[in-house]
Design a protein around this ligand. Structure first.
Ligand code: 13P
Length: 252
């Protein structure tokens, strides 16, 4: 099924989160959930409140986290373990977002450890990859992205292909209002699919590939029409329940 996930980044306290989830719920209905798996990824401090409102009102939303540490427990001040997230009914964890790669020094090796730790805890990693503008302009986008993909998924087996989500987010399109053209995005997601099939054989077809980068209700349908795009990772437009509902309802 298509997957549309809202990455709230460092926005909203836990009270805002409850309201946003309730508003989103009022704007969507059964037909939406039959087509689209809807996931919200608020900051850590809102996860417990989000879990409670989703479970109490039996809302068909998945819960996502934006980051995780790869160790199970220990002296890692300020970090959050996979088991802690799993206990909050988190089912998806974003790993290797470009903001974490650029600002917090996350390498493919770290992202790979996180992806494996998420799988081991019974959750699904949303592995983010994407080139920066200079790399695109130098004609290196495909090589960079496929290199990140292989590094980030190294040692993960074909049996887990279905549990893995890959998010292609060109860095120059994030938060800029300048989304990739649908053809440019699909050129890269085609290459990602080809690399997944090469790595995992036919199982590689089961991994969902998302596009992210200035997705909104006006451009989502064009991305979703592409054969190798199975959903979207949405930043800014996910902070307004009306616009996020519009993205989820791309098919209407
Ligand atoms: P924007 O949708 O705000 O461009 O952010 C995309 C993103 O980084 C989602 O993870």
């Amino acid at each position: 099924m298509d997957l549309i996930m809202g990455n709230w980044k460092m926005h909203t306290n836990h009270l805002d989160a409850i309201q946003m989830i309730q508003k989103l719920f009022y704007r969507l209905d059964r037909k939406d959930y039959e087509r689209v798996e809807v996931v919200v990824a608020p900051p850590f401090t809102s996860l417990r409140s989000a879990q409670t409102v989703i479970e109490t009102d039996r809302m068909p939303f998945g819960l996502g986290a934006q980051n995780v540490h790869f160790e199970e427990k220990g002296a890692f001040t300020g970090e959050i373990s996979p088991a802690m997230l799993a206990k909050l009914s988190v089912s998806y964890v974003i790993v290797g977002h470009s903001e974490r790669r650029a600002m917090f020094g996350e390498t493919d090796d770290v992202v790979n450890k996180k992806a494996k730790a998420v799988l081991n805890a019974g959750m699904r990693p949303v592995v983010c990859i994407g080139e920066v503008l200079e790399q695109r302009e130098a004609g290196q986008a495909l090589d960079v992205v496929v290199g990140q993909l292989r590094g980030s998924l190294s040692g993960i087996s074909a049996e887990e292909a279905e549990e893995v989500v890959v998010a292609y987010e060109p860095v120059w399109a994030i938060g800029t209002g300048l989304s990739a053209s649908t053809d440019d995005a699909a050129e890269v997601t085609d290459a990602i699919r080809a690399a997944l099939l090469e790595m995992w054989g036919p199982e590689g077809e089961k991994t969902r590939i998302l596009y992210g980068g200035s997705v909104n209700q006006g451009n989502i349908a064009g991305f979703m029409a592409k054969r190798t795009i199975d959903g979207a990772l949405v930043g800014g437009a996910s902070l307004d329940p009306d616009s996020f509902a519009g993205v989820v309802r791309y098919w209407i």
